[in-house]
Design a protein around this ligand. Structure first.
Ligand SMILES: [Zn+2]
Length: 63
């Protein structure tokens, strides 16, 4: 199970997808949603919205 490189929280499939989408497609270490939001200077809610949006577009990084 992958863990957040910052806080150590276990990551969901979509959190890994979000990191790949927002930061680096080829990443091997990831942020959880909370840390990703902090890193990007946005709210975790916005990350959720974006994930939903990517899913609707058929992005394969998300389930
Ligand atoms: Zn984290």
């Amino acid at each position: 199970m992958a863990r957040c490189m910052q806080c150590g929280k276990e990551l969901t499939h979509n959190e890994i997808g979000a990191h790949r989408k927002f930061i680096n497609r080829g990443a091997e270490q990831f942020f959880c949603k909370q840390c990703l939001a902090e890193h990007l200077g946005v709210t975790p809610e916005l990350i959720d919205e974006k994930i939903e949006q990517f899913k609707r577009q058929g992005c394969t990084l998300f389930v």
